[in-house]
Design a protein around this ligand. Structure first.
Ligand code: RAM
Length: 344
């Protein structure tokens, strides 16, 4: 027994030396542990959608025994995310899954991350193809844009002034949806819908409230405000409710059931759409694990295990890169909102 105790440290040292010599030494993180640390970065703090997305990511990584770093800047800017990514590179994380504040501006720092063998996934809001391995798209971009135009058409009764209340002017996901909306509005069916303005509430509640007030002041005949952001839609519905404009100006777009149940019930938002943000983050986590484990490269046709969500396949994205699509958008309306308001 005593002899064993004396020999053990030498045995362990010998094993470590042979691992290093054979190139099997684990990559270490800042804390000196094995780098099974995966980071998730959202657009900004204080966004319940982002919190749910990061919850889902964390659940996936922990299911597989990994460690998670959750980060989000105070304001939704590219500059602030660049600083965070620089810190994550120094921490030698295995992967970064990000909902980006800008499509192109993160490219230099993400190129540095890639050079440090950190795998890059985008979820929710993408970066350009050169800066990512794969994008996790909540739903087909074209389908989301077309669905929102059809909702505006329906809620406006087929004609009249509509406006968009977006997040930031740089947000790649909102900009992609708005580009589809503008294209869709050119179809003859929508000829009598008049898009008067695209306003930006920056995913900040106060700015979204004041931008909604501005739209109401500037466009007296406004029939519908489409807000493709969970922060914007909740702010717009609050303004309509507080000003007793329910039924006069309708709100639709993309909203969290937990924040919108009150407004779907009172009729300020007749219906809206979204997907499960927890599942979106969870799928991002499994994609990050597959990339970091060298099971996929993010190329078209790659298949990976999405945990409880099943198997997913990487497909072509409309921007020339690749993506994985979570599923179709879901419609929330008075008949089903109560089932969902406590889920997310
Ligand atoms: C906001 C964010 C997020 C978007 C949702 C719909 O919370 O801008 O990126 O996907 O809305």
């Amino acid at each position: 027994m005593n002899k064993m105790k004396r020999v053990l440290p030498f045995l362990m040292a010998a094993v470590l030396v042979s691992m290093v010599l054979s190139g099997c030494a684990p990559k270490t993180d800042a804390a000196g542990g094995a780098s099974n640390t995966h980071a998730v970065v959202f657009k900004s703090t204080g966004n319940p959608f982002g919190e749910k997305l990061m919850d889902g990511f964390e659940a996936a990584i922990k299911e597989q025994g990994g460690t998670v770093i959750r980060r989000a800047p105070d304001l939704p800017t590219a500059e602030a995310q660049i600083q965070i990514i620089e810190q994550l590179i120094a921490q030698k994380v295995a992967s970064i899954t990000i909902s980006a504040n800008d499509y192109d501006a993160l490219q230099p720092v993400l190129t540095n991350a890639k050079a440090a063998n950190i795998k890059i996934v985008t979820a929710d809001s993408s970066v350009n193809p050169a800066s990512r391995s794969v994008h996790i798209n909540q739903a087909d971009t074209k389908l989301i844009g077309e669905t929102l135009v059809e909702a505006a058409f329906d809620q406006a009764g087929g004609s009249g002034d509509i406006a968009i209340l977006s997040a930031t002017s740089q947000a790649s996901n909102q900009n992609a949806w708005i580009a589809v909306m503008e294209e869709t509005l050119k179809q003859p069916k929508y000829a009598n819908l008049n898009l008067v303005k695209i306003a930006y509430g920056d995913d900040l509640r106060d700015k979204s409230l004041s931008e909604t007030e501005g739209l109401l002041a500037s466009y007296a005949n406004l029939k519908v405000i489409v807000a493709p952001t969970t922060v914007g839609i909740a702010a717009a519905a609050k303004v309509i409710t507080d000003r007793n404009l329910i039924g006069t100006v309708k709100i639709t777009g993309l909203g969290l059931p937990s924040e919108m149940a009150e407004y779907i019930t009172n009729g300020s938002c007749p219906y809206m759409f979204l997907w499960n943000p927890i599942d979106l983050g969870y799928l991002g986590g499994y994609a990050a694990l597959a990339l970091a484990g060298d099971k996929i490269t993010g190329g078209v046709g790659d298949q990976f295990d999405g945990g409880k969500l099943g198997s997913y396949t990487v497909v072509n994205a409309s921007d020339g890169g690749t993506e994985v699509i979570l599923g179709p958008p879901f419609k929330f309306e008075p008949s089903n909102i109560n089932e969902w308001k406590d889920v997310y």
